[in-house]
Design a protein around this ligand. Structure first.
Ligand code: FEO
Ligand code: CA
Ligand code: CA
Length: 508
């Protein structure tokens, strides 16, 4: 099936109310990235703020009454020997005590103008663990030297890594994680950091002797165990992994929704073989399970999950083992006629009814310039289901007042937060001029403003907002401001040089 210009998302207020009306018994929720079950959910309590105007300032602009604090910026020290990485993306919050926590931070691509040195480039990607603490009601970077010594550390392109699953015996051990875009959190409190555009490293950054097979995986790291060895779980496939959104099924199996952020690539789902029994460590659930790819029926608005397994004759004709199949996941997906999507990006799960929301950024070759958000409903509300129905939740464009949705996150009131990723070269130009800089929107799912995107934040020049993440009490919003000055001109945040930074916004 192809998503072409005739397949237009049809979003109306009536559809939206239909969407709101459902509240069904679904799988077990726990903190998964940013979504969790809403105890005592009250649809009347929307998050109130005065939407900001379209903006082209070189600043992180917030609504009246809100301000931000910088947690860390590229090149800031995080301990006595390591520096905070560049291009911060996915954020995950790990509690230590009531007023102390760890923040996991992904570091995605590099700007070779800012970091021309190859060895420095290798040290600038991957991820960071940093300790934060709450003072006077605000979360900030912790200057506690003991805490820094115990936890703060970097993972980069030189860190030794191991592989699990069927491709592990082919790959052995290697070094490095890179292109870390979005991610997820497991029920046992480890982070899943996703290797996305690994191909940029040889193609755009000119890294020599780059063996792509070792990258493009979902990587598990325990942020509480300083410099513990990252495990790349090959059972979850190899592609430009945007994210790894986790949830437990009714039978307590671990289900992971994953998007391949490339034009005409696919949507995947992983289901663990065994159930989660509440163990403190359960990485084995990411080692044995089934990997599926989505096939959409555009006429009927339904779809099926196709199993990527070597027992399928269409696949065993081409691949000699499950390990080789996983290394070439995209090729296997195409042999099963998986549906090409318009650059699928982040995924989050609605606390209203358990629907799976999937951002598609755009696909100009298919006349999709503004992207959309899909809403997928598994049959019988069962995350292990092999069939689903779907609809378009929202279509990007001037009418919706947002283009190119990328990062998604639900808050405790069920509002959907959406960050846009218009390419730096397109920002404030032509079709995208109406939009101004990249921005963060709140889409209320209830009340008078239901379904209407409200602009909450506007980025510095050339930047995008990534990694939206709430503190467990939802009183603080952490954001990654990534690649200010990607095109030219930004001096955010320090007035002399663009530096990607993580910020905290007090929502009280
Ligand atoms: Fe790294 Fe798909 O955004
Ligand atoms: Ca993203
Ligand atoms: Ca993106």
């Amino acid at each position: 099936m192809k998503l072409d210009k005739d397949l237009k998302p049809k979003f109306s207020r009536r559809d939206f109310l239909k969407f709101l009306g459902v509240n069904l018994g679904i799988g077990t929720f726990y903190l998964s990235g940013c979504s969790k079950l809403l105890d005592g959910f009250d649809s009347k309590t929307n998050f109130n703020f005065e939407a900001i105007a379209v903006n082209t300032k070189d600043e992180l602009v917030l609504p009246k009454g809100f301000s931000y604090e910088i947690i860390r910026s590229w090149k800031d020290p995080i301990n006595t020997e390591e520096l905070f990485g560049t291009n911060n993306d996915y954020l995950a919050f790990f509690e230590l005590t009531k007023n102390k926590a760890l923040l996991w931070v992904n570091h995605e691509g590099i700007d070779i103008k800012l970091i021309p040195d190859y060895q420095e480039q290798r040290l600038s990607v991957g991820g960071s663990v940093i300790a934060i603490e709450k003072k006077n009601g605000n979360w900030q970077y912790s200057n506690d030297k003991d805490l820094q010594k115990e936890y703060n550390c970097r993972y980069d392109a030189n860190t030794p890594v191991a592989y699990s699953g069927a491709a592990a015996s082919i790959l052995g051990e290697y070094k490095g994680t890179l292109a870390n875009c979005s991610g997820g959190v497991t029920p046992w409190n480890t982070v899943l950091t996703c290797e996305e555009n690994y191909n940029f490293f040889p193609e755009k950054y000119n890294w020599q002797d780059f063996d792509e097979r070792y990258y493009g995986w979902v990587v598990e790291i325990d942020p509480y165990a300083k410099r513990s060895k990252p495990i790349k779980h090959t059972a979850l496939g190899r592609f430009a992994h945007e994210n790894a959104t986790t949830i437990l099924s009714k039978n307590k199996k671990l289900v992971v929704y994953m998007a391949d952020d490339t034009y005409d690539e696919h949507l995947y789902k992983y289901v663990s073989r065994d159930a989660y029994k509440g163990e403190k460590k359960a990485s084995h659930l990411l080692e044995n399970g089934n990997l599926y790819v989505a096939k959409f029926d555009e006429e009927k608005k339904i779809g099926t999950w196709e199993l990527l397994d070597i027992s399928d004759l269409r696949l065993s004709k081409v691949f000699v083992s499950q390990g080789e199949l996983l290394i070439e996941t995209r090729k296997a997906a195409k042999l099963l006629n998986a549906t090409p999507l318009n650059r699928p990006e982040d995924i989050d799960i609605s606390p209203y009814d358990g629907s799976v929301f999937i951002a598609q950024t755009q696909n100009p070759a298919k006349n999709d310039f503004h992207g959309s958000i899909l809403k997928l409903k598994e049959n019988d509300n069962d995350y292990e289901a092999l069939e689903y129905s779907y609809e378009y939740f929202i279509e990007g464009g001037e009418e919706a007042s947002l283009s190119c949705p990328d990062n998604l996150c639900f808050d405790d009131k069920g509002n959907l937060w959406v960050a846009t990723d218009i390419l730096g070269s397109d920002l404030n130009n032509g079709l995208y001029e109406y939009h101004g800089n990249n921005a963060l929107y709140v889409i209320p799912l209830a009340g008078k403003e239901a379904g209407i995107p409200k602009r909450f934040a506007s980025c510095p020049l050339g930047a995008e907002i990534t990694g939206p993440c709430f503190s467990p009490d939802y009183k603080t919003l952490f954001l990654s401001i990534q690649h200010p000055g990607e095109v030219a001109g930004s001096k955010w945040p320090n007035g002399f040089e663009p530096r990607s930074s993580v910020v905290a916004i007090n929502l009280n």
